[in-house]
Write a protein of this length. Structure first.
Length: 491
């Protein structure tokens, strides 16, 4: 029997997108609020994924819809608020081989208007044994990209397909507009576009094969993230990682920005354009040629198209896009949706967040402190939820993992690595240097309340308990324990 699955994509206060995936070629139609749209689908094109749009809607409203054609399916779409007080959620890191927790279902209890996936939803690289998959009655085992990359993008598509069928994620994505970008495990663990960091793959030993496998991962992610907003900004553009030998056009921008009421979100792509991990991170060099910024921030430009000294995580086009659009944003709050924590969030995990790309990170943070206010980072990847707060003007909140077997630092004493001594106000096992305080809690998710006066980020455990909360006031870039606390010190 033919099957259609769907999830909610980008929405505004007057429009909504429904993304569909069909295992049969044909036409899918949608009827909603007296309007209709239709699209052709074919499993041979974008794995059968396409999107439908409805316009002329009212703000902050839920509407029933019906899909027709290949299969009749009913659901609801939701529009965004135009202002007032509202919530959004975020999370990262779901390994389907682990017991599926309730974080991505509980987050809906907070009446979130949007969910931001920070990556590794799911892990496309490792295999999924049949015994796990059969819990959802979907058949035999899936090899995963490590062993099956040579089969083409289907090695990645099959894992997404399974994941979107799991009850928890289906429940979340059927009821909330989803905003998603991939992180390393949707390519391969610690992926940096070199054979040196592709050792878990079968026969992925040449740069040309790395380019091919990475191209499959890119293509698959493009399809499954089809519901994201388009990025038509002049600064955005194709950028090939410096290790790659393939065409620049194989590396288009997936990053984007999205405004919802008082907040403009900047969703970054940390994998698609990155320099290799082994490249030297030369002190005070940067890959964008802006004489004014560089002089004021004390950095030197190095041309990334040649043997650049500057090491880049984002690529020069994404970096320039981020800073240009941050500076010109008129939103009260700017939330940077980041697959990586800005500083080392876990003393036992060499997670390659911004470690090794310190100069570009420092440039971004210095730029924000100088030119922009109301900025908060939400981060993922490191499997220890933690909060970094600089009273000088920076905060980053990591909620990871959303669905894993364990935190990497859920017991014992946590130390700091050299160079990562910045103030951390909270981590999953207590404050810096203290013993574990969170018991058997292993999975977390983030929720943020938005008001005209402040952002109120919160971290919750899989049992629904509040683990941490803070406040970012309008016009500031650091967190307070209480929005009325004028001292600026963390309680």
């Amino acid at each position: 029997m033919a099957e259609i699955i769907y999830w909610l994509g980008d929405a505004s206060d007057t429009t909504a997108v429904v993304v569909v995936k069909s295992d049969t070629a044909g036409t899918v139609g949608i009827s909603c609020n007296g309007q209709n749209d239709s699209v052709s689908v074919n499993p041979a094109v974008d794995y059968g994924i396409a999107k439908l749009s409805i316009t002329g809607l009212a703000a902050d409203t839920t509407y029933p819809f019906t899909l027709s054609g290949i299969q009749t399916v009913t659901g609801v779409i939701k529009t965004m608020p135009a202002g007032g007080t509202w919530n959004f959620g975020w999370g990262s890191c779901i390994n389907i081989n682990n017991t599926q927790m309730y974080g991505y279902q509980l987050v809906l209890d907070h009446n979130i208007k949007a969910f931001f996936s920070l990556g590794d939803l799911p892990y496309n690289d490792g295999a999924i044994p049949m015994v796990v998959q059969m819990r959802w009655s979907l058949g035999g085992a899936i090899a995963g990209a490590y062993d099956a990359w040579g089969n083409g993008r289907i090695a990645y598509d099959e894992v997404y397909d399974y994941f979107y069928h799991t009850p928890g994620f289906a429940y979340l994505s059927n009821h909330t507009p989803m905003y998603q970008l991939p992180d390393d495990h949707q390519y391969g663990n610690d992926w940096d576009w070199t054979p040196e960091w592709a050792t878990l793959f079968t026969a992925l030993t040449t740069q040309s094969n790395v380019d091919i496998a990475g191209g499959y991962a890119n293509a698959s992610a493009w399809s499954w993230n089809m519901g994201n907003p388009a990025n038509n900004d002049a600064e955005a553009g194709d950028w090939k990682p410096s290790a790659c030998l393939d065409a620049e056009s194989n590396h288009p921008p997936k990053y984007y920005r999205k405004t919802i009421a008082q907040v403009e979100f900047f969703h970054l792509d940390f994998i698609a354009h990155t320099d290799p991990d082994a490249k030297v991170d030369s002190f005070k060099t940067v890959c964008i040629d802006n004489a004014t910024w560089n002089a004021e921030l004390g950095f030197t430009y190095s041309d990334p198209s040649v043997a650049a000294l500057a090491k880049t995580r984002l690529g020069p086009k994404q970096l320039n896009w981020l800073l240009t659009r941050l500076q010109s944003s008129t939103a009260t709050f700017k939330v940077i949706v980041s697959g990586k924590h800005t500083y080392q969030g876990n003393a036992t995990s060499d997670n390659k967040g911004w470690r090794g790309w310190d100069q570009e990170r420092d440039y971004i943070l210095s730029f924000i402190k100088r030119y922009v206010t109301g900025v908060m980072w939400i981060a993922g990847d490191v499997h220890t939820p933690s909060v970094i707060n600089h009273l000088s003007g920076h905060c980053s909140i990591n909620s990871s993992p959303l669905g894993q077997a364990t935190w990497l630092s859920n017991s014992g004493v946590v130390g700091y690595l050299a160079g990562f001594t910045e103030g951390m106000v909270w981590r999953g096992n207590g404050a810096s240097g203290s013993a574990a305080t969170t018991g058997l809690v292993k999975n977390t998710y983030g929720v943020c309340e938005v008001t005209d006066a402040y952002l109120h980020p919160m971290l919750y455990a899989e049992n629904g308990n509040l683990l941490w909360q803070g406040y970012l006031r309008a016009g500031e870039n650091f967190l307070r324990a209480d929005p009325a606390d004028m001292a600026g010190e963390w309680a």
